[in-house]
Each structure stands twice: as C-alpha cells, then as structure tokens.
Write a protein that binds this ligand. Structure first.
Ligand code: MSP
Length: 656
C-alpha cells in the first residue's frame, strides 16, 4: 500500500460505432501518462476507461452490418484491432475497463434512474426540440448555430415524443457557483464557455429517455422507454467502482474522482450535467474536470465520416509506440488543439528522440565502454566547477517536472526534461572526453564526466517513464541503474547512481529517419489504406429502362476467335484484333483495352462480339463491331475482363 493516498482518474468512455483512431488515443495516452506518473510518485491509482455502447447510432450501424447491436459492439471492442487491442498496443495501463452493456452497470443505471424518478428529480413530459442524430444530442432552438448542431455543424431534425426529464434547472445556481468559484473545471477558458453558452441562457431540464430506439438500458418501470445516453454514460464513473452493484467494491476508497479527462466537446456534460446528477443523488462531486483540446488533421477534427483518420497501428509499427505516445504530448499543450502531420511526427522523432536523447545515450554508453575496461567506472573521480551548471539543472529537474505534471502541463514537463538532455549534450562538447582520454593522468576526470552524463540520463529516464515506459526502462538498463536508483525519490537526488557503475550497450533507441523517403513511403501506405477502405467491389447501377424482346434480338452476338492482335501505333489505349467470325472473311475490331491486356495474351482465345453495329473509324482504322467485356470497380479502380467463352464453341456461333 502506498503512502500518498489514492488517485482516481478516468477517460471518457468511447463510442464503439467505428474503430478508434489516433484522436481517441490522444486522451487515453494522456490519462495513462498521468496514471503512471501518480503511481511513480507513490499513489494508489485507479485508472478507468471503457466503452459507451448504447444509442441509435450503434443500433443503425448494426442494422447496416446485418448483425445485432451487441455483436456489432463486441467486434469493435473485443475483435481484432478493436478498442482492447488498441489500448494494449498503446501500452495503456488501465486498472479497469467498463462496458455500458455490462450487466452490473445496466442494473445500477436502472436503480439510479428509478431513485431519481421516485424522489422527483426525473419526471415524465413531452420532448419537443431538435435532435442531432450523429451526436445523439437534443438541442433547443437557441442553442443551434445557424440552425445546425452546435457540436458537429450538421443538420438537426424536429423531434417530439413522450420522454422523461431530469430537473437540471433546479441545480443551475449550484452549478454556476461550482464553475465560477472553484477550480472544478479547467482550463479556465472552458469555464467561460460554459457560463456564456449554457448557464447564462438558462439551464433547461434535460431529456433522459427515448422511445424511438430500443438499444439502451430499459426504464424498468415504463416499458418502451430506454435511458438516453447521459445517465447511462456518466454514471459509469461510479458503477465501475461498485456503486449500486456488487461487482466491485472500491466506491468508498476511490470516489470522488480526482480528475476526469474529457475532450472539449463533452465538457458541458461533465461540468454541468454530471455534477447535477451527483447533487441529486447526494454524492460527492469529482474534484476536477479537465477539458483537453483536439488533435486535428488538416485543421479539422478527425472523423471516420470525413475519411481523415490516422491509423495508430500503422504509425506505431513504423516508429514504435513510445515515439507515438511521446509525440502526442510533446508538441502542443494539453488544453489546446494541435495539428497532426506526418512531417511533425517525424520531425519530433528526429530532433528530440534520435538527435538529443538517443544520441546522448549512445555516445555516453559507448564512451564508457571504450575508455573503461568492462564498461565499469573507477571509484577515483575528479569533479570540476565545469560540472556545477549541469548538476544544478539536473538536481532541480524533478521539482519543476512535478509542478508541470500537477497542472497537467505534459508539454512543459517534457520541455524541462529535454532542457537537461540538451544541456548534457552540450556538456559533452564542453568537456571533450575524447581529448581527456588521450592522457592516462586524466582518467579520474574522465570518469567523473562520464558519471555526470550517466546521472543526467538516469534522472531524465525516470521522469520519462510515464511517457515512454519501454524506452525509459531500456535507458536505465543500458546505464546500469538498479531499481533503487530508478524510482521517484532517487529522481530528486543527484548522485544516486553507484560511482562504480557498469554500463551495457544496447541498440540505438531511435534511428534517424530519412524525412523525404519516409514521407513518400507513408503517403504510399496511406493511399493504399484509403483504397482498401473503399468498397471492395462496386457494379454499375442497373438500367431502369426496359427493352422489348424484339429490340434485344436485333443485337447479333457471336463467338469470335482471335487470329491476331496488336497495339495500334500512337495509341496507348487501342488494340487491333483480327477475328475469325465464322463467315470465312476476317473481321477487324478495335478495342480500347490496351491497359488491361497484352496483345499476345489474347491470341487463340474465343471472345464475344456484337457484329451488327455500324462500322466506325478509330485512329484512321476501321472497327466492325465491339468486343463484350465485364466491368466493375474494385477499391475505387476500374477493372475490365473480356468475356471469354469455351474454346469448344466454334467461331460464328450465335449467342442468344
Ligand atoms: N461516449 C462519449 C463520452 C461519454 S463519457 C461519460 C464520447 N465518446 S467518443 O468516442 O465520441 O469520444 C471519446 C473521447 O475522445 C472524447 O473526449 C473526445 O473528445 C475524444 N476525441 C475523439 N476525437 C478526438 C480528437 N481528434 N482529438 C482529441 N480527442 C478526441 O464522447
């Protein structure tokens, strides 16, 4: 049991309506880093994530896929490259995973709904308003932006139905006080958004049930109604601890949550609706809600429907999970939006990880190995005033890092670590170990220089552990750090590493990437993935107009044998066929299929031609008829197959 107490942190639970993308991974990685950091500093951590599996969108998607909603979500959550696989890939250390379709959660939601109804916080009324189907959100007229959904900008529909309402308005004053006069919601800019957009216009009661779809937790005392999203989704934070159920038993230990990390578009639900539900249930409020920004692609939000999602599998296969985790939190502040681009990712890997960190490690470890037998430093070491600056920077690093992490300022925490990494690289140039190595008398000084570099690496690695767990462990292994000088306490103490440490060389952590080559390779891979995402096979729409039988019979289709075939000079498309059509006279047909066939492949084949089309000239040559082919589209590319028939069919046989 740790001595600092408990820390309960959550991510939003994800909609498994489609496979998750790197934008979803952004929030989960940030939460994981915070959870690992808190564990490192000695907290007893509960890190919860999960999936929010009900609602119309999932019902519709399942129908489209011809499966039940449960089968649909099971595949996206537990199937190959599903949510669970993705979190494993990203090295996410969640302690618990909740699915809102879990029995214990559904039963608890029913109890909570009933309690709120019985005590008058939920009542039955008629819902009239605007509904955004993709967001599954109801809006009042005044909340719409240009008549469209304020979250996604899409069209909304009129909706009216019997529904249950939660008395949100009753809690308006308490919520306003909470937002304005406490640090409940951060960053502060989000408080202003909430006050101006939702509190000031007046909080209206919230529709919390639906009758228009069935894929939800049933309202057990009123058949036909299902609990509509927020009471089902938000309560996951307490049911996953065992609230109103026997599955878990940590509610008393972990509630209230220390922080809910949420994306900016769901801050409203977490900072207004969630505290109001908890007030109605007479439960303590979470200590903090932090609304982070979005990871943008081409300046816009990533979404499957826009087709601009980035595949975390592809990126982590190429650069490693740690590089990806690092990039997500290194390049822009957690509270703001930031742009994803392949250039930025590769640039960050090359600059911070290959040039600065990777280089510092490989130079240091190889110098120790080269200058000292067995890679072990001697006990006799000589300090110098030149060391003071580096030691001062390293000694104060843990505190500066901690201050940033406590503000969820991941980017600042990493900047602090990388200031030390850069300073240590500069220290190599200042001390010029290769010059010291020339004279045996300098060995004690050289040993101290190496020790100082190893210490700088050790402190950096411990503090990088939450961000890049595997990389940090590998650095600590290579520099010979034992577990007792790889912990939080030792990160604050310069000189924790044994003076006579032994290093062991390992692989280069982050090989430098050739930017141009890599960008071209990524582009090709992404184009391939885009193509693969297109429908496998598409056929031409069927003709609506009917032809009468007599008209059809006028078309004279014949089996023809290819006697010769060649490319038409100066044409990239045309092939010239000399055909036996059974008439005793050769027939010439030109066909624009040169990109699909080589002439020699076709000689001797039996094809089908329509022979009573009026002759026409192509590239100065006459074509008497047309060869019949089958055409379709495959992954966005047009495919063509000449119709070839059994060679036993004689030339001239009529097809009817
Ligand atoms: N199911 C709700 C949350 C219920 S919590 C009680 C939901 N799910 S979601 O799958 O749509 O989004 C989950 C989280 O992923 C949100 O916090 C959202 O902001 C985040 N992100 C989705 N795309 C994102 C980016 N491109 N960038 C950063 N975060 C993004 O909302």
């Amino acid at each position: 049991m740790s001595n600092k107490g408990k820390f309960y942190i959550t991510t939003p639970i994800y909609y498994p309506s489609d496979k998750l993308h790197i934008g979803h991974a952004y929030c989960t990685v940030a939460t994981d880093v915070m959870a690992r950091y808190k564990r490192l500093t000695g907290y007893d951590v509960m890190f919860l994530t999960g999936t929010d599996e009900h609602g119309q969108k999932i019902e519709d998607k399942a129908k489209e896929a011809g499966v039940t909603p449960k089968q649909y979500v099971d595949n996206i959550v537990e199937g190959p490259r599903g949510v669970l696989d993705l979190w494993k890939l990203m090295n996410i250390s969640n302690d618990r995973f909740i699915r809102t379709t879990d029995d214990y959660h559904q039963a608890a939601v029913q109890k909570i709904f009933k309690q709120l109804y019985e005590q008058g916080d939920i009542y039955k009324g008629t819902y009239k308003g605007k509904y955004c189907k993709p967001c599954e959100s109801f809006w009042t007229e005044s909340q719409l932006v240009d008549g469209k959904c304020p979250d996604c900008g899409r069209e909304v529909q009129d909706a009216e139905e019997e529904a249950y309402f939660f008395r949100l308005s009753k809690y308006a004053d308490r919520i306003q006080d909470l937002l304005e006069n406490t640090d409940f919601l951060e960053p502060r800019s989000r408080v202003n958004e909430m006050i101006n957009n939702f509190i000031k216009p007046g909080l209206e009661d919230l529709c919390v049930s639906r009758t228009s779809f069935t894929w939800g937790v049933p309202v057990d005392f009123d058949p036909g109604h299902v609990v509509y999203v927020w009471i089902d989704a938000l309560t996951n934070y307490i049911t996953a601890l065992g609230y109103d159920n026997d599955r878990y038993n940590d509610y008393d230990k972990f509630w209230p949550a220390d922080v809910h990390f949420v994306g900016k578009e769901i801050v409203r639900f977490h900072s207004i609706i969630w505290p109001a539900i908890l007030m109605a249930l007479n439960l303590p409020l979470p200590k903090k809600v932090f609304g982070h920004g979005w990871l943008l692609l081409d300046g816009g939000k990533m979404s499957k429907s826009k087709g601009n999602v980035v595949d975390p599998y592809l990126l982590s296969e190429r650069y490693g999970v740690d590089a990806l985790r690092f990039f997500l939190l290194r390049t822009f502040p957690f509270g703001s939006d930031g742009n994803f681009s392949n250039e930025a990712l590769i640039g960050t890997i090359n600059t911070d990880l290959a040039n600065d960190l990777g280089n510092l490690l490989s130079r240091t470890v190889s110098m120790v190995g080269k200058y000292f037998p067995g890679g072990t430093l001697p006990a006799e070491q000589t300090a110098d005033a030149l060391d003071d600056d580096l030691i001062a920077l390293a000694s104060g690093l843990r505190d500066r890092y901690e201050a940033a992490m406590e503000r969820f300022a991941f980017q600042d925490a990493l900047s602090e670590v990388f200031k030390l990494v850069s300073r240590a690289n500069k220290y190599i140039d200042e001390t010029a170990p290769w010059v010291l190595a020339r004279d045996e008398a300098n060995k004690p000084r050289l040993a101290r220089v190496m020790y100082n570099l190893l210490e700088s690496l050790r402190i950096s690695a411990v503090l990088l552990t939450p961000f890049m767990p595997d990389t940090a462990a590998e650095i600590l292994r290579q520099i010979g750090a034992c577990p007792c000088c790889s912990d939080w306490e030792s990160a604050g103490k310069w000189g924790s590493l044994s003076a006579t440490v032994t290093v062991s060389r390992g692989d280069n952590l982050f090989p430098r990437i050739d930017v141009e080559k890599e960008l071209a390779a990524l582009e090709a891979l992404e184009a391939q993935a885009r193509k693969a995402a297109l429908p496998a096979v598409e056929v031409e729409p069927f003709a609506q107009e009917q032809v009468d039988f007599d008209t059809f019979c006028k078309s004279d289709f014949r089996a023809v044998k290819v006697k010769a075939c060649e490319n038409v000079k100066k044409s990239t498309k045309l092939l010239k066929f000399t055909l036996d059509d059974g008439s005793g006279t050769d027939r010439q047909i030109l066909s624009g299929i040169a990109m699909y066939y080589k002439p020699e492949e076709l000689v001797g084949k039996t094809l089908v031609a329509i022979i009573n089309l009026p002759p026409r000239k192509m590239m100065g040559q006459e074509s008497c008829g047309m060869l019949i082919s089958a055409v379709h589209t495959e992954h966005g590319e047009e495919k063509l197959h000449l119709l070839m028939v059994d060679d036993a069919i004689p030339a001239g046989a009529k097809l009817c």
